[in-house]
Design a protein around this ligand. Structure first.
Ligand code: GKR
Ligand code: MG
Length: 437
């Protein structure tokens, strides 16, 4: 499945005004630098799917999600199922999507190169339809999505500067504007650039790439260079329990939280018993079905929500309710994304009182001239994004940019996110291991 597709109710059929008349899904690709993580390295193009839902009365709602081919396949099945659904009927929308993908026999489509698995298929597929339906409801009522989610508790949402080890450029290509970052000094220079550019007041290092002592040194160098910035490190489960405890001890006075040091609920619980540092996750609690075991085992202190796999914005608020009840902190996870996702994340964060940490975003890693939303609606000041105040998501689709990024998808030939395969094409000896150290 590679082309854009449009599903609509036959022209002869009249629907109620608020019912879904058509769904258009457009896979797109945008340029991505060689960012390293424990499963490999980002390919030159990152994939997304842009979802456009139109009602009988002609109101357009936008959603954004993963662009992997298995996910696109499911989106098509779900798109067919939501035709005719009232955009205010949240329960019906979810039931239609869940039914359509239950037992579909399709494998994969997680969109995260194996780093985050175990998310709920129904919730992953529902997400862009939920966001698009909220966008439409906001437009019909003349209010921003944040108001539909209970109202803004903050006018601007703080995001964190997301630091990556990286090569200077993709193999065979010239150095990109960020250059190489493979040492503590390289990470500090990257942090200076990202803080100067966006004003971020918290920093997160994607770890699990170099031996743990080198990553500890990078965090200590960041602490020296940025004495006031809360710091986090996230190796995506690359460390054994023993290594995690050693890193936790070395960084106990430095970190705001330690994110997914080791794989699995049991391993995380063991680390948690051995350190006072708060443990955060976007790997071992990624679906509602994981919450009970995480509580029973005592695995985490903080959950990173992500509306792309927690079923959209309304179900992410349900997660926030669980977090509040359980005494968990709440932060927000990201993956390479475009402006519709950023707008949706911002509305959700603005309307989530318990969100206690600056949210992750990959936004700075994207080229300024590559987005599918019209410029101007999303601007950072002092590390925060003002919550869009227009009706719905408050962002407009740029049709020319959408066509350009779709063309890039068609010509680029990448159909799955495969950080490991790309790394192995560059370094044949690279082996996937979790934990690695
Ligand atoms: O972009 O390489 C990346 C990240 O590693 C991403 O895929 C993770 O899902 O940022 C994410 C995380 O916090 O685990
Ligand atoms: Mg993480």
């Amino acid at each position: 499945m590679s082309e854009e597709f449009l599903l609509s109710v036959p022209a002869s059929t009249r629907l109620p005004e608020k019912a879904v008349r058509s769904v258009r899904i457009t896979p797109v690709a945008f340029q991505d630098p060689p960012l390293l993580n424990t499963v490999g390295v980002h390919e030159p193009l990152a994939l997304r799917a842009i979802v456009q839902v139109t009602t009988e009365s002609g109101v357009l709602g936008l959603g954004e999600t993963y662009g992997d081919s298995a996910h696109l396949h499911r989106l098509r099945i779900a798109a067919d199922a939501v035709l005719g659904c009232d955009v205010f009927a949240t329960n019906d929308l979810r039931a239609r999507v869940e039914r359509s993908v239950a037992g579909d026999g399709i494998r994969g489509g997680h969109g995260m190169s194996g780093m985050v698995t175990g998310t709920s298929t129904g919730d992953r597929v529902l997400s862009p339809f939920d966001v698009a339906a909220l966008d439409i409801r906001g437009k019909l009522l003349g209010v921003p999505v944040s108001e539909l989610l209970g109202g803004r508790v903050r006018d601007a949402v703080p995001f964190s500067g997301y630091l990556f080890y990286k090569w200077a450029g993709h193999p065979g290509a010239a150095s990109d504007e960020w250059g190489e970052a493979l040492t503590p000094d390289g990470i500090v220079s990257q942090a200076r650039r990202i803080v100067d550019g966006y004003g971020f007041t918290a920093l997160k290092l994607k770890a699990g790439v170099l031996p743990p002592d080198e990553e500890i040194a990078a965090i200590l160098a960041l602490r020296e260079a940025f004495p006031e910035h809360p710091l986090r490190i996230d190796p995506n489960g690359a460390w054994t329990v023993e290594t995690s405890l050693r890193v936790a001890d070395a960084l106990k006075d430095v970190l705001e939280y330690l994110e997914d040091p080791t794989p699995g609920l049991e391993g995380m619980a063991e680390v948690r018993r051995g350190t006072d540092l708060p443990l955060a996750t976007n790997m071992c609690v990624v679906a509602f079905s994981h919450i009970a075991d995480a509580v029973r085992l005592g695995s985490i202190d903080i959950v990173l929500s992500d509306h792309h796999f927690w079923g959209g914005l309304e179900r992410s608020r349900l997660l926030a309710g669980f977090a509040e009840t359980l005494g968990w902190g709440l932060s927000m996870h990201s993956n390479s994304h475009l402006g519709i996702s950023l707008a949706a994340m911002t509305h959700l964060a603005a309307a989530t009182p318990g969100l206690g940490y600056a949210c992750d975003t990959h936004w700075p890693w994207k080229r300024d001239d590559e987005d599918i939303v019209a410029p101007g609606a999303l601007t950072f000041a002092n590390g925060s994004l003002a919550v869009p105040t227009g009706a719905g998501l408050g962002v407009e689709l740029d049709p020319e940019a959408l066509a350009r990024l779709h063309r890039q998808y068609l010509d680029g030939g990448i159909r799955e996110r495969d950080d490991t395969g790309y790394m192995q094409r560059v370094d044949a000896g690279f082996v996937l291991e979790s934990p690695r150290w």
